[in-house]
Design a protein around this ligand. Sequence first.
Ligand SMILES: [Zn+2]
Length: 515
Amino acid sequence: MADSSGLRIFAVDVGVPQQVVCKIPRSAILSNRTTPFADSLSRSTRSQIPAIALLSLSLLYEFRLGPKSRYWGYLQSLPRRHVEIAPLWGVFAITGEDGQSAAEKVKGTGVEAELRRINKDGHGLEDLRQYHQATQDVFPLTEFSPQPPSYLDVLYVYSLVSSRAFQVDVYHGAALVPLADIFNHQELNNVCFESDDFVCESCGSLPTCEHDEIEGTEPRHADQEGEHESPEMIKIADRLSHLPLEVIRSLFDPSQNTLDLTVKTLYEPGQEVFNTYGEGMSWAKQACEWGFIDVSIEGEGVLGHGLKWEVGDIMNRDKEHHEKIKKAWKSQCKMWTDLTPAPSNASVKNGMEGGGDSLFFTPEEGVSPKDALLINDDAQVAFPLFWAVTSELELAFSKQEMLAIPQALNAAFHKLPDRQGHAGETDDVRAKQSLGGATRKKLREVSGGILRLFENRSARTWQGDASTSFLCDQLDDLSDSGHRLERMALEILVSERRVLEVARAVWQDLRKEFQ
Ligand SMILES: [Zn+2]
């Protein structure tokens, strides 16, 4: 793990890209398929427990067997204490006062949104308590663990699984892989983990098995081809037929039945070697899943895709016309996409897409409007968020206005005092000429609506009316010892508030422009 409490891996040799540095036999994988715990539950109980929680219970089962577990060697390499993931920050028995302070400081931030997602996925604290109650009598009492497991035991294994498990293949699903999880995380990783995911879904076999449709047969070894005495033959499964024959042959060699760690970027002897646990993960998500944040990405990417709003944060569900407003928003988003089909065309059309110089940004293609209610690291507003605000304000736009409104805002944005020189005079004049009084009124309303959104978001967080520099002072004043979680929480809060502060300043000025 990235905090200094766990094991780390250092290079003794130069790592050359493409080189395989570690082969882990598939038989070492710990998953719901390889430990008997899941099978000891009734079908109905098992079906109600999501895979991550079930894997946690399977791990607990193995822990309780002690030296009799076939994973005993691996289990001893795991941290003895709970990993302090954000879902546990409110549990005093685990994270103490530091956790309580941290929990208070992430209110209203992306961490809160992540915790909501975890609850929705069925492995929030309350869910885990229920799984504990439903299964505690199923765990055998062993010489090593003579008492039934406690709720804290369940939280312990959950914290390990949350921070270490990953999707291995269609057979195992989420699983723990000894050795692979000792590498610490860094977004700029040195090694990556490779797993063949075309295994048999019924038994996890990599070579052809009894569940397969057979495509044909081939000699087991290349040099057997053309020999007269009958060569040893292998059956080629349908699911393998996309692979070159020599690769298929290698799968029949048991020593090749491994998960491989391959060098991605060069490293030198003495250097710590990093793997990546996931790319494009926001700090909020990292805190929730891993219990630490990757400070190597500070400044860029700490918000992941950006600061996100939920539909309900923008459009008041209690409003009489809520459904109608939501519908209008969706059709505005669709109309906008039709008006500005490809990013390259849009930039020609509007002279404002992309780059840090615009007020707006277009989210990645294929992201649905409800997942694109975002502002990014540069405080740029995603168009679906913009149209959500205009819809909630029940403003109707003609097609011409749909193009003119963002353009006018962008022109005004470039005219702001600390933005001078970014836009040509002619753009500005042209934009102004095309604006009627009614349009200016709409612009005023929209700017106010967007501004309120940012103000409300800030207000929901800790010390909502304080400046970012005040929060930074708080962070500087915190001593390192005993405040690890509080520091992490403040780092996350500052990263979000910094962006909100910039966004608020811009939209405040814009609203003034159209007074
Ligand atoms: Zn099979």
